[in-house]
Design a binder for this molecule. Structure first.
Ligand code: BMA
Length: 311
């Protein structure tokens, strides 16, 4: 049996608050994409008000990142958006579709948390498009291509009356979404039994869309956030071909076990490389950014050969 699926980068954590040219308390839960041969990271930071903004950093090698002097997204002042972003913007995920980089982010306000969609061509300026959920949603990823002529997203509605599960929805224009269906649920007395949510945007493999998700287990000492994998059918991603029974990453390094929120590894970003590996990025204990690598085929095999039920 394979021992570890993710090899941690020896220089972790790769980005902390000390690397940021303005005052922040944390650097975590970042989306990452390759753009013009460089890696662009959009990371979340808590300010000392307890509210969050989104910063930007760049790298040549995907591990050593340099933060830019100014944040990339702060709560909007635009009347169309400000009411729903007053308490902050969080957890950006980046998906490139037909050359446009779309950013899904959690928008917090007195009305709860919902998902905003923004876009950029160049990571210099950003344009908000719309809110693509109502409250109470805080994890949404877009697939990187249209499937069956439609844009596709995974998200995780919060629920008081059923386990928090992953749903799929479709859209013709990225603004209006429908035909929603549940695709994946937590499993009782399993590492992801309390709640699951989409993590990094899915990546295409020969055998299906590989999706890295987070799962939460409640303990007497609080919740533990870990990462797992699921494989969705290429031409019909509502069908799950397998969900890995084992987690692929759990809090182990000191900065994953102790931080702003203890015992958390939480991903918003992955980059698939041409050599069949991927770079995985995760927030450690809601305080620092970490990175590691994995072999894509091994994660796909885990989904297909050691699978727990999707529903
Ligand atoms: C989730 C989100 C994430 C956070 C995680 C662990 O509900 O709030 O942003 O990383 O909890 O605190």
């Amino acid at each position: 049996m394979k021992k570890e699926f993710v090899t941690r980068y020896e220089g972790n954590p790769i980005l902390t608050k000390d690397d940021i040219p303005y005052k922040v308390e944390t650097v975590h839960n970042a989306g990452v994409v390759k753009f013009n041969g460089r890696y662009i990271m959009l990371f979340r930071s808590h300010l000392d008000t307890g509210r969050s903004i989104i910063g930007i950093a760049e790298s040549e090698d995907g591990f050593k990142f340099q933060a830019r002097p100014e944040p990339f997204m702060v709560p909007s002042k635009d009347v169309a958006f400000c009411e729903y972003e007053e308490y902050g913007v969080e957890d950006p995920r980046i998906t490139t579709i037909e050359g446009v980089h779309y950013i899904t982010y959690s928008a917090y306000s007195a009305h709860g948390v919902r998902i905003g969609l923004a876009k950029t061509d160049d990571f210099e300026s950003v344009e908000r498009i719309a809110f693509i959920t109502q409250a109470d949603y805080r994890n949404t990823v877009l697939f990187p291509e249209k499937i069956g002529g439609k844009y596709v997203k995974l998200d995780r509605p919060n629920s008081e009356i059923s386990p928090w599960s992953i749903w799929i929805s479709y859209s013709s224009d990225l603004r209006h979404w429908g035909d929603s269906k549940i695709v994946m649920k937590p499993v009782t007395y399993h590492w992801d039994m309390m709640k699951i949510g989409p993590g990094a945007p899915p990546i295409r493999t020969d055998k299906g869309w590989l999706s890295i998700y987070h799962g939460v287990f409640p303990t007497m000492d609080g919740c533990v956030y870990r990462l797992g994998v699921a494989l969705h059918k290429l031409d019909d991603p509502a069908q799950i071909l397998g969900v890995g029974n084992r987690w692929i990453l759990q809090p182990e390094d000191d900065w994953e076990v102790v931080g702003y929120v203890h015992n958390v590894v939480f991903t918003c970003g992955v980059v698939a490389e041409e050599d069949g590996t991927l770079k995985l990025y995760w927030g450690g204990a809601d305080k620092v950014m970490c990175a590691g690598t994995a072999v894509i085929d091994e994660l796909v095999e885990l989904c297909l050969t050691d699978s727990r039920p999707a529903i």
